[in-house]
Write a protein that binds this ligand. Structure first.
Ligand code: V47
Length: 354
């Protein structure tokens, strides 16, 4: 059957059909994705008021694409104390943040308590503040470093106040590409297993995909389909977040970058293929706010949030280090023809800015 008709009939596509979607022209693809987006979310575009905290850049793992971790390209090591982290959370909470998104490098010096104590202290001081923390890569790192099972680390996260898990560390699931990019870090199967175990505890998480470096279109489709399989089993993924590779200050040599068209196609294909994941996030810190606004017409219904401060994408060249003012964020979404909807971290609607 014709591929377009299959999408319209809501039939599931396989690897080859996913790859074939890229051959469609951008507008056809955009229209197909936009129809699905409208059925699921109408003209609503979700965001939250959040603060990203990256408490350390000292890392035991080496990922070629990473400009954030301390290395010979980034000699400025830092590790925050619990007091530093708590001060940031306090400030952000006072400024209206509803979520802290905490992602660290894999610091072998602090012990498990450095990670867990920070969550516990934030939760005790600000019980209303949602803690989204610990990528599956961090869970795997703590497990390897301290001889703990994944179950033990995940249970500790819950005991210490972590509410949901972010989608980082997924990179690209294809084993060969992964070995080239970040050998030694959490494997694809382990990443999926950790999220499955988290979901089995009744918790929710997100999933990312880092693209626009050395991977092929086929690798992106494979990545999305592995997530679709996980979601069939657990239903615990809230959002899929394609992250666009930023090229500065790292050790990955890339000469060809995806065009705006290729990025928009990837968002649209994600919306079409991932029929069981409710939200597709155009993370403006990696896409740029301009492209993220356009992505709303290509299947994306979420723009992440105001962020306040961002260190990972901006270390690699993105202009996202200072976050975005709430009024500006709302104004931009409105002016682009969509309805800004402030959400909590689990996508409950808090306020519509009609
Ligand atoms: O896992 C690292 C990526 C991720 C680069 O769950 C890079 O809501 C681009 O996971 N160029 C961390 N990306 C950020 C992340 C995230 C962001 C926003 C929302 C959510 C969520 C999760 O950043 C890492 C890695 O894939 N990253 N270096 C780079 N040079």
């Amino acid at each position: 059957m014709d591929l377009i008709q299959k999408v319209k009939n809501k039939e599931r596509l396989n690897q080859k059909e996913g790859e074939a979607l890229y051959e469609l022209d951008l507008y056809t693809l955009g229209e197909l994705a936009d129809t699905i987006r409208k059925e699921k979310h109408g003209k609503k575009s979700y965001f939250n008021i959040n603060r990203h905290i990256n408490p350390t850049n000292v890392c035991a793992d080496i990922c070629k694409f990473c400009a954030y971790s301390a290395s010979r390209k980034n000699p400025n090591q830092y590790t925050m104390s619990h007091e530093d982290i708590l001060d940031i959370a306090k400030n952000s909470y006072a400024n209206g943040a509803k979520e802290v998104h905490i992602v660290s490098a894999h610091n072998p010096n602090g012990g498990v308590e450095w990670y867990m104590g920070a969550f516990r202290k934030i939760k005790a001081a600000f019980p209303q503040l949602h803690i989204k923390a610990m990528t599956a890569a961090e869970v795997d790192f703590l497990s390897r470093q301290y001889g703990l099972s994944y179950d033990e680390v995940l249970d500790m996260m819950i005991e210490n106040g972590v509410d949901s898990m972010p989608g980082g560390g997924a990179e690209i699931f294809d084993e060969k590409v992964r070995e080239y990019l970040c050998k030694g870090k959490v494997t694809s199967d382990q990443w999926l297993q950790i999220h499955q175990k988290w979901h089995e505890r009744g918790r929710q998480s997100n999933a990312t995909m880092l693209f626009g470096h050395v991977e092929t279109r086929a690798h992106r489709i494979d990545h999305m389909l592995r997530l679709r399989d996980l979601q069939d089993k657990t239903g615990g993924l809230n959002a899929f977040i394609p992250l666009i590779y930023q090229k500065e200050n790292n050790f990955l040599k890339v000469t060809r970058f995806p065009t705006g068209q290729e990025i928009l196609k990837t968002y649209a294909i994600a919306r079409i293929l991932l029929d069981n994941i409710p939200h597709i996030k155009a993370y403006w810190a990696s896409a740029s706010i301009g492209l993220a606004l356009i992505a709303q017409e290509f299947g994306c219904d979420d723009l992440d949030g105001t962020i306040e401060k961002e260190s990972i994408q901006s270390a690699a060249g993105a202009s996202s280090s200072r976050g975005m003012k709430l009024e500006d964020f709302i104004g931009l979404i409105k002016n682009s023809g969509f309805i800004p909807v402030e959400r909590d971290s689990l996508y409950n609607e808090l306020k519509q800015y009609a």
